[in-house]
Design a protein around this ligand. Structure first.
Ligand code: RIB
Ligand code: CA
Length: 312
């Protein structure tokens, strides 16, 4: 099997952490070139630190972690400690990272990797799109060596940070607009999909019963995360947003969607960060918008892969 060259851009964040574990548990599928981090759920000093805690937990110290942009392109920063805790990874006692943060800026890493790529690179984005947007401004030619971008973000229905906007887009709507208009092969996984994969008690128990430290940590993180996210929506658990991006790259047939024209609201105070997707308009489609996911198969994939990570 050809291993897909992959860069994951993220803001760990509990669901980012689970997505990273799923990718780190899939070395036969991914040539994971690096993890880039951005300010989002918590400030950059914590997102980069948390990404290194996760590579340490997965015993994948071979994967370099880079710090990127500490703030959005234009708007004031917003964070989500009320969802992920003050550390960004509350709910589990994770190891301190032993591997250092890479000295190069994440944007420089993104550009260098795209320019040097022999095989076009896949980008998985799990947080605000600031790093990718700045890379596209600095080196627009990287569009030619990016195979595709798969992004968790947006909502066709109700938002989660305002009634009209999802966090990743709301946190940096101008970056999202730059990415959407760059001419990339873009797949968007909105809240309408991620709210179909709820961390129910049975699914958490399956992770906890894996018999390895990764399963224990994942269950602890998700129990904490589910308290707020689940209560907020009156659900039996939390929507598991970011792992959908990695699951889509592993098993795209678990998902379905349609090509649509996608635009980002960047001016309206009430609708800032709204993802406006039009499947039928006269404007040409610039994104694949996913709409459904096979939730049981998603959790089977996640549980099996995390179970394959090192046995203590
Ligand atoms: O709205 C959910 C998204 O925002 C997820 O990526 C979560 O980690 C936060 O970044
Ligand atoms: Ca995230």
């Amino acid at each position: 099997m050809v291993r897909r060259p992959l860069i994951i851009d993220c803001d760990p964040g509990v669901d980012d952490a689970i997505a990273l574990l799923l990718a780190l548990a899939s070395p036969e599928d991914f040539n994971l070139l690096g993890i880039t981090t951005v300010a989002g759920n918590v400030p950059l000093n914590l997102t980069q630190y948390n990404a290194r805690r996760i590579t340490h937990l997965a015993q994948r110290l071979d994967i370099p972690v880079y710090a990127g942009c500490p703030r959005p392109v234009l708007r004031a920063p917003v964070t989500a400690e009320h969802v992920h805790g003050q550390t960004g990874l509350d709910g589990a006692d994770l190891p301190q990272p032993t591997q250092p943060l890479q000295p190069h800026h994440a944007v420089a890493f993104l550009i260098d990797q795209c320019k040097a790529a022999q095989t076009p690179i896949t980008l998985a984005t799990l947080g605000p799109l600031t790093n990718l947007a700045v890379a596209l401004i600095q080196a627009p030619e990287i569009v030619n060596t990016i195979d595709q971008v798969v992004t968790m973000g947006g909502a066709l229905g109700r938002g989660n940070v305002t009634p009209n906007a999802e966090f990743n887009i709301y946190a940096d709507p101008h970056a999202a607009q730059i990415v959407v208009e760059a001419g990339l092969k873009l797949t968007l996984i909105p809240l309408d999909v991620t709210h179909q994969v709820i961390t129910t008690p049975e699914r958490l128990a399956a992770l906890e019963n894996l018999g390895n430290s990764v399963g224990q940590a994942a269950a602890g993180l998700l129990r904490y995360y589910g308290q707020r996210e689940g209560e907020c929506y009156g659900l039996a658990g939390a929507p598991l947003h970011d792992p959908c991006v990695i699951a889509y790259l592993l098993q795209p047939d678990l998902f379905s969607g349609r090509p649509m024209h996608l635009a980002i609201e960047t001016d309206s105070p009430l609708c800032l960060g709204r993802t406006v997707a039009d499947p039928n308009g006269d404007k040409s489609a610039n994104a694949m918008i996913l709409e459904t996911v096979n939730a049981p198969a998603f959790y089977q994939l996640l549980t099996e892969r995390l179970g394959g990570l090192h046995r203590d």
